[in-house]
Ligand binder design. Sequence first.
Ligand SMILES: Cc1cc2nc3c(=O)[nH]c(=O)nc-3n(C[C@H](O)[C@H](O)[C@H](O)COP(=O)(O)OP(=O)(O)OC[C@H]3O[C@@H](n4cnc5c(N)ncnc54)[C@H](O)[C@@H]3O)c2cc1C
Length: 357
Amino acid sequence: MRVAIIGAGMTGATAASALADAGAEVTVFDKGRGPGGRMSSKRLQLDGANGGYLQLDMGAQYFTARHPWFLHQVRQWQQQGLVQRWVFAPHVWQHGLLLPSDDAAIRYVGAPAMHQMLRSQLGTLVQHYSCQVTELSYSQSSFSSQQCGEWTVSTADGASYAGFDALLLTCPPEQCRKLLVTNPLAEQLPADLLLPCWAVAIELAEPVTHPAVGIFGKSGALSWCARHNAKPGRPALSEHWVLHLNAASSLQLLEATPGEVAAVAEQAFSQIVGQKLQVTSALCHRWLYASYNAELTPPGVLSEPAQRLVVAGDWSFGGRVENAWLAGVVAASQLLPEQIKAPDLSATAADSMLATQ
Ligand SMILES: Cc1cc2nc3c(=O)[nH]c(=O)nc-3n(C[C@H](O)[C@H](O)[C@H](O)COP(=O)(O)OP(=O)(O)OC[C@H]3O[C@@H](n4cnc5c(N)ncnc54)[C@H](O)[C@@H]3O)c2cc1C
């Protein structure tokens, strides 16, 4: 079976690997410059004493693992040196106080970058990057007795890739909807499932004196602050932090300039750590579709078996890296049900899927 997968994030890479292991011929398309999606890193040019540049995790900061299948996968990645535990005692910023948190979650990071294991999952499969898919078309063979149609993938550079027996779409819902156009699956994708997030990375001339490594913001503009140079597998070149604005502030500043956003983030962070900051470099990235809107019910993995079309993503089960991985396995199992087992997403597992961290 020839399968086209749109999206090389955790969902697409996981499905690609499972389908290829089961004998499918997989081709992956992504508009980004490499695999990763919301787990990809961005370059921060350093102006501080050391010069050079840093690869920073601007999207997913870490991930947790609850489902036994994902835990098993994470252990394998650890053994392969692709993933490390990130051990730190988190802090919480609330009502003007920065206090230790009682959260005891076990956190992991890809090392040296978040998307490290995706590269390994995708291996030598056919992958097209910087390749924005603009149109998907399905044509039913006139000889067909049953499933004989084929998919054609068209891209922004004018190329067309034909002859796929199956198609898996793993983009954020708004982007899936654009590509599905009039396909009835488009109507099953709720609006605003993923909320925006502005991410700001800053390099500082002097270290933050407060010992915090990871701070959850419960009030103010920031939802998260991470001492990036304290993450495992990252070079401790200089003091640099990644700050995330919460969804409400990100929405408010959606069309603001990076300079305006950086100013808001720096001021909020300076207040949290109680220190005047000397920022030597800054980098902003706007994620239009970042984290799951917990007020909405996850729609699950959507499919149209007659056309061998599956639509899946972290949003299928409530956002987060773990759910993206599970969505990838479920999607693959729907395309090749006889060869690939679906994970048991029973009530206990489903409850923990909606956990925020
Ligand atoms: C700021 C931020 C912080 C986060 N923090 C955490 C965290 O701490 N812990 C956690 O577990 N999760 C976190 N997440 C969520 C986590 O990153 C996602 O759950 C996960 O990476 C989603 O993977 P995915 O494959 O489902 O989607 P994506 O990673 O979004 O992959 C979809 C891919 O589709 C591609 N694409 C879209 N449209 C097209 C097109 N037309 N043509 C070609 N390619 C296309 C995109 O380029 C992208 O690579 C965070 C996300 C963000 C943005």
